[in-house]
Ligand binder design. Structure first.
Ligand code: MTE
Ligand code: QUE
Ligand code: MOS
Length: 799
């Protein structure tokens, strides 16, 4: 970059550079800023940080009961182990004992009752993790077992809820159902999902002065960790600094549940005065932390001969686990997405928040949206089988219209809907019709191996539905050498947020990306931040950073106009240079002049999303600033004797507006698709009768591996379509929406199975469609066909 010994360039040379385009601003596929470091191993995660002297390691002893009263805790045996510094229970917590993010329900260490297998009961700090673990296991805990509720349906029937139910309602669905030409009812179980971030939950804490702490925490929500650490220590928030450079994946799992290790470390650090670290081993992480909410769905739907919906009743029962956590908003988002891309007609959607004795389920990519969308996609397939139509035709006939039938069941108008065009594009580019025919022919001639095909849309609402969270801050400094320091409230978890925000700042100043140093998210640089969630990290923080950069740029423009007696319009930034009327100088030359002339070169920035509001008491409003759209077409082959399947080909068309970085966005689309597919196919969570999660490691919990990728994967972004709303450079959020493209392979599997009964019956295959469930689906179809044949024979035999 800047070279102090360079030979001054001539005006002609400067003019030549000025005339060229910046190649590292927005819209460019520049490499993720951590990519090289991640490949070489130089990227620093919390466990890679240099350790402080006298650092303690913390291990939490977990409940082995799903629901029990604690009769006695004796930590004295822990101290028999050499190297143990302290063993703590809830009684040792100096301040608040509950770290529930919105409402109480999550004791840092169990108080009197345990509510799931895996709940932390006590914690031991020792000079190494192994000693801490052995000591913690030596503590004596006596329980009196209580009756657990493990089943979401049982919880629903008993109205065993963590929070009240909520309803979205439009029109009179009861009458619509009664009058509809066709009507079907059904149920569906949708499984949960383990986050399986590569880096498990981890924090390390260093006590500072005045009772303060610096907390290094792998969290999507540094401000909330700051607040909770302050609360458990009973100190003001200004004593606590949270620093977060990068996560080894978050996927929603580090939105609230990163706080527990941070708070335990802080309590130990307070009690001992020593630096403290807590890193969850994989099995402990899987037992202790919540997952995607499993859902149980009941539907009752009325429709006409074309498959068009007249009305629907939907019961969405989220299995929240043992506490509220974020379940209010998660089940709300499931309800908001139970239309996916479709006009529901007269609709009643009820959302329930069921309490079970499992870890408290939490945010996971899509935040309830995927579960709501799976429910309505199951309904679409079911209608198609009932009418023996191509499911794609049923989907298309139900799409939201452009000028009519374009209002959701929560009364937001669907504007700028691109799905009709995108579906037509994808249908053509994927050769849907022709492949549909060739698959029919293949299946007719192949008794065992059956192919399936499905094309499903995605419409995903962008914004936090809790409107106040839609705000962000940033902090930009330009140093006297022209180098730029960038900080914002968002967190990097692999999604490329820092790279995108740096591109935004590069674009505003028209300087090379390399000139900008990305720094750790830190609560004493940008305060009061929202979690990096709801896919709005780049939307919110990009705008805040743009605002900060534009404030500084405006000062520079005003300064240059003053200094060289030109108008502001005469000052132009481009490709690392600045033109002041006819004179061209380097960016750093301008910065030096500005500094000598006492111009402030640092600014905060702020952004709040306009236009959105939501009145929950009326269940009406505009909770989303805009929608992101996508569509996927998946082809699969199923072995109907074993239930095994293979992904043959997937075509994706996804809408990211004017992409900030197409390479990163395509990575998000591919990753989201595969993660969504894993959720609905091989990732199965199994608890035993005592409430212990049995699938608690990679040997038994199967996330997609390389071999599970579709053999042929074709991803395209919609081109030349800016976001019509005023988002950061008219881009669209990309983090979560592609996850729901993973519904296509699930529907394709069911399509293959339905071929066994000539596509006239929907196999009941709950999610995930593991090979076992697929095999049961095949058995259903074969029994059905056998029964039909027998009935036909009886009929022909009759006189
Ligand atoms: N991509 C990677 N590589 N790692 C992650 O943890 N989290 C997802 C998505 N993509 C995630 C990811 C989730 S749940 C969200 S909400 C968004 O990224 C958050 O980042 P963004 O708002 O900056 O897109
Ligand atoms: C999507 C999200 C979140 C959300 C709503 C969404 C989310 C989140 C919250 C939330 C709500 C209320 C609170 C709070 C957080 O809402 O991640 O602290 O008081 O944390 O539509 O991803
Ligand atoms: Mo993402 S589930 O909103 O962290």
């Amino acid at each position: 970059m800047s070279n102090h010994h360079h030979v001054a360039k001539t005006q002609a040379e400067l003019a030549e550079l000025f005339s060229q385009e910046l190649t590292t601003g927005v819209g460019r596929s520049i490499k993720h800023d951590s990519a090289d470091k991640q490949v070489s191993g130089e990227a620093v995660y919390i466990d890679d940080r240099l350790e402080f002297p006298n650092q303690l390691h913390v291990y939490a002893r977990m409940s082995d009961r799903a629901h029990a009263r604690i009769l006695k805790i004796d930590t004295s045996p822990c101290y028999a182990f050499e190297g143990v510094r302290i063993a703590i229970t809830h009684e040792d917590i100096p301040g608040l004992k509950d770290i529930g993010p919105i409402m109480p329900g999550d004791p840092l260490l169990a108080i009197d009752i345990v509510e799931f297998v895996g709940q932390p009961v006590l914690a031991v700090a020792a000079r190494d993790l192994d000693t801490a673990r052995r000591a913690a296991m030596a503590a004596i805990i006596e329980y009196e077992d209580l009756e657990p509720v493990m089943d979401v349906v049982e919880a629903l029937r008993k109205k065993h809820f963590v929070l009240d139910s909520h309803t979205h309602k439009r029109g009179d669905s009861v009458t619509a159902l009664a009058n509809a030409p066709h009507r079907v009812q059904g149920t569906l179980h949708i499984g949960g999902q383990e986050h399986f971030y590569l880096e498990t939950q981890i924090s390390s804490v260093m006590p500072t002065e005045d009772g303060g702490m610096i907390v290094f925490c792998s969290t999507q929500n540094p401000t909330e960790v700051q607040k909770l650490v302050a609360e458990v220590l009973d100190v003001p928030m200004h004593k606590i600094v949270v620093d977060m450079r990068r996560m080894g994946g978050g996927f929603g799992g580090k939105e609230t549940q990163a706080a527990s290790p941070a708070c335990l470390c802080a309590v130990v650090a307070r009690l001992t005065g020593q630096p403290t670290k807590m890193r969850l081993p994989r099995v402990e992480d899987m037992l202790m932390t919540g997952k995607r909410h499993p859902f149980y769905i009941e539907y009752d739907v009325g429709f006409d001969d074309t498959g068009r919906l007249h009305g629907i009743n939907l019961e969405l029962a989220g299995n929240c686990g043992c506490s509220p956590d974020l379940s209010a908003s998660i089940v709300d988002r499931a309800m908001f997405h139970s239309d996916n891309a479709y006009y529901l007609g007269d609709a009643t959607v009820n959302g329930h928040r069921c309490k079970t004795n499992t870890a408290s389920n939490t945010a996971y990519r899509g935040f309830g949206g995927p579960q709501g969308m799976v429910a309505i996609e199951e309904v679409m397939d079911r209608i198609a089988r009932h009418l023996v139509l191509d499911p794609l035709d049923v989907r298309k006939v139900n799409y939201y219209g452009k000028t009519e039938r374009n209002v959701t069941h929560y009364y937001q108008t669907v504007e700028h809907n691109m799905l009709e065009e995108m579906t037509a594009d994808l249908e053509a580019s994927s050769d849907y019709k022709q492949r549909r025919e060739s698959i029919r022919r293949f299946n007719a001639n192949s008794p065992i191996l059956k192919k399936g095909l499905a094309l499903t849309p995605v419409k995903f609402g962008i914004s936090f539905t809790a409107s106040f969270l839609n705000q962000a801050g940033a902090l930009v400094h330009i140093y006297t050498d022209g180098s730029i320091h960038l900080n914002h409230g968002g967190t990097e978890m692999g999604q490329g947020l820092n790279t995108k925000v740096a591109q935004v700042v590069a674009e505003v100043f028209q300087v090379d990306f390399e000139r900008i140093q990305i720094t750790a998210t830190n609560t004493d640089k940008v305060p009061n931040t929202s979690p990096t969630a709801a896919s709005s990290g780049a939307d919110l923080n990009g705008k805040a950073a743009q605002n900060a950069a534009e404030i500084i740029k405006q000062r520079l423009v005003e300064f240059a106009a003053r200094q060289w007696k030109v108008t502001e319009e005469d000052v132009e930034f481009r490709n690392g240079h600045v033109r002041v009327r006819d004179e061209i100088m380097t960016f750093e030359a301008l910065i030096q002049q500005a500094y000598f002339n006492q111009v402030s070169l640092s600014s905060t920035g702020f952004y709040r999303t306009p236009k959105i509001y939501y009145d929950r008491s009326q269940a009406r409003g505009r909770p989303f600033y805009y929608f992101a759209f996508g569509a996927a077409c998946a082809e699969v082959i199923v072995d109907t004797l074993t239930g095994e399947y293979k992904m043959l080909r997937t075509d994706i068309l996804h809408d990211v507006g004017a992409s900030l970085n197409p390479a990163i966005d395509i990575g998000q689309v591919e990753g989201g698709y595969i993660q969504g597919m894993g959720w609905l196919t091989t990732e199965e969570l199994v608890w035993n009768a005592k409430g212990k999660l049995m699938t608690n490691g990679p040997a038994s919990y199967k996330i997609p591996a390389v071999a599970d990728m579709p053999i042929d994967l074709r991803v395209k972004l919609v081109e030349n379509r800016k976001n019509p709303e005023d988002t950061v450079f008219h881009s669209k959020a990309v983090g979560e929406p592609p996850f729901m493209l993973g519904i296509a392979p699930w529907c394709a599997i069911k399509d293959a199975v339905a071929s066994l009964a000539d596509y006239s019956e929907q196999p009941l295959i709950d999610a995930p469609a593991t090979p076992e469930r697929v095999l049961w689906g095949c058995e259903q179809m074969r029994k059905l066909v056998a029964a039909r044949t027998a009935a036909a024979e009886v009929e022909t035999a009759a006189p």
